[in-house]
Design a protein around this ligand. Sequence first.
Ligand code: ADP
Ligand code: ADP
Length: 227
Amino acid sequence: SAIIQMYRVTKRYGAKSALVDISLDIADNEFLFLSGPSGAGKTTLLKLLYLGETASEGQIIVDGLNLSRISRRRVPFLRRKFGIIFQDYKLIPTKNVYDNVALVVEAVGVERRSIKKMVNSLLRTVKMADRSRAFPPSLSGGEQQRVAVARAIAGNPKIIVADEPTGSLDADSARVILNLLKLYHRRGGTVIIATHDTELIRNTGGRVILLNDGYLEVSTVIPKQQL
Ligand code: ADP
Ligand code: ADP
């Protein structure tokens, strides 16, 4: 069944149409790539899902919530369904690795005495437990993105959206990030990755939605290459 349904969605920024008449269903527990060149509308599509932007036309339903009817006070309820990963990580530079993740665990109301255990377990999963006292600016890009993945998973979201999550990383770090997202997917999560990196898509496999200048061009399934 679909966890996300978009029906005839258009998004305009002033006179500029960033997305035009997009209809798309995303199944629960899907692993999906949004592909296409810079400016195609990938970021905009992701933002529409968590109400980072509002659609100009059309309907979007996320896990039963109709985004055009949702009240302002329910927006946080929608946002908690998402873990969001950005190309530039967006970690809090003045808080250490542990606290960057703990903030999210606290925000979702985990019991005080369980927080520490949960944060440390997440940091072990992304292999950053030994850097828990480090501050983000002292970490490499790959390390920062691993913390960002831990933070995205920390709120136990149904959906992870990642905008060029490997864009500024070397191949090894990119593979680690992809493997973490696949692990989250195997545990039942839905993953949507915006990227123009076709190599990354070929090496991973999954459904690919191709956007071009705001239009949904094709939707194909790429089998995972034998490596
Ligand atoms: P992509 O993520 O594929 O690079 P974007 O969704 O960022 O594409 O952008 C799609 C189009 O919308 C681009 O032409 C971009 O310049 C434009 N755009 C994106 N955000 C804004 C904004 N806040 N205001 C005006 N135009 C925007
Ligand atoms: P990306 O390439 O990852 O989509 P950009 O660097 O193009 O991101 O955009 C950074 C920010 O600027 C985004 O929040 C986007 O919405 C906004 N933006 C992008 N294009 C424009 C534009 N033409 N006018 C105003 N804001 C824009």
